[in-house]
Structure formats: structure tokens, C-alpha cells
Write a protein that binds this ligand. Sequence first.
Ligand code: ATP
Length: 234
Amino acid sequence: MLEIRDLVCGYGHVTALKGLTITVGEGQLVALVGANGAGKSTTLRAISGLVPPRSGEIRFAGRDIAGAEPRRILEAGIAHCPEGRRVFPQMTVAENLAMGAYLRRDKAGVAADRERIYAEFPRLAERRDQAAGTLSGGEQQMLAIGRALMGRPKLVLFDEPSLGLAPNIVERMFSVIGAIRDAGTTVLLVEQNAFAALELCDYAYLLETGRIVLEGKGEALIADPHVRDAYLGG
Ligand code: ATP
């Protein structure tokens, strides 16, 4: 579904990705793990059109989307759930969810999806008329996920969804992401919480300073001595 070949991109003098190659199959949950600054967020930003590639290919559902406008990429079916729960703080929960569906014209479908999200996250239902900025960190993260799903994406990009959340909420977050995959949506998950991501995923890539240095099934990476030492605390 998503194929990235030899992707190079960066910011000014910084080359954040130095020839990245990854594939995400339809229906898969693929994890991209690595240390701070390895280039994980940049990979997601390049896919969603926020950072222009210097060279390389990004193909989605057979089409070349490298360098396309973010709006076109969203229309093609890719939703980006960025790091740091970027909800619109002054807007209500309901308005934030509506923003996620702004490209859709099927009102009944939008309403049904909204109710499904409220059923999945009852806290959001209770607070639907409250400003999003007044929610807890975990609730804002759930809202950011709900908003991404409101566009009925084919592929969702998650950037560090567990960042800053309490441990019991982190667990719930990963189970929600697993459920999104189980419902048929393809997922590319960026995480510093390497163990949880590797346990959950169908396939994983390890990124170090802009290059993929290891790939395989999650359990293979969990068993790898280098991964154990550097990312899983030995
Ligand atoms: P993190 O988890 O800290 O976000 P990451 O693996 O997602 O790490 P990126 O954010 O993709 O890493 O950063 C890759 C490299 O690009 C780093 O060297 C970083 O300092 C640099 N970088 C990221 N964003 C910018 C920017 N806006 N301007 C300049 N350099 C940047």
C-alpha cells in the first residue's frame, strides 16, 4: 500500500533521512522504532507532504505522492496523527471531530462514525461540548486519534501516541491502535516505546540516524541483541 524507496530529506544543512526504504502492506500495522532524532517524525512528515523529499520515491496505492500537497495526500486517504496531541484547544470535542471529516460529504456516514468514536471513547462523549484544551493529556490523545479516524483514512500515521501518558492509559492507547488495524485500516506507528510497538506490530523497522539498520517481525527485533541492548534496556 505504501512504498518508500531511497528517501532523502532534511532541514537546511541537516539531512534527516539518508536513503530510507520501507514498505507497509495493506491491512498491516508496521512499527518504525528508533532513538530521539533518528528521523521517525521526519518520515511521517515526508509521507504526509509536510517535508519535501530531496530525492527518492513515495508511492501510495500505486501513485507517486512524493512532494504532493498535504491536502492531496489527505484526500488520497492518509491521515497523520502528529506528536503532541495537536487538537484545536479552543474548539469543542465535537468540533474537533467534525474537522477530521471536513473532506467528506456523506453526512449520515460522518454522524455514524462520530457515534462509533463516542462509543469507543465514552470520556469524549461526556465532554463533547467542552473545549478540547480542558481535556487531560490522555483524552486529548484519544481525541486526536478520533479526529484522524473521522476522515475514514486508508492509512493512519501515528507519531508517538504514548508520549507523556500515564502507564495505564498507554496500555489502552496501544489496544486502540491494535483495534484500528483489526478493523482493516493500515497503520504506520512511530514509537519510542519500542517494546510495546514491537509486540503489537506485524512488521518493524529500526531507524538509526536516517537509515534503516534492521527490519523484521516484531518478535525477531525483540530477540535481537542490538535492539535489546540499545532500545529495550538489556
Ligand atoms: P523525535 O522522537 O525526537 O521526534 P525523530 O526520530 O522523530 O525524533 P526527527 O524529528 O525526524 O527525529 O528528526 C531527525 C533529525 O532532523 C534530527 O537531527 C533533528 O534534529 C532534525 N530536525 C527535525 N526537525 C527539524 C526542523 N524543523 N529543523 C531542523 N532540524 C530538524
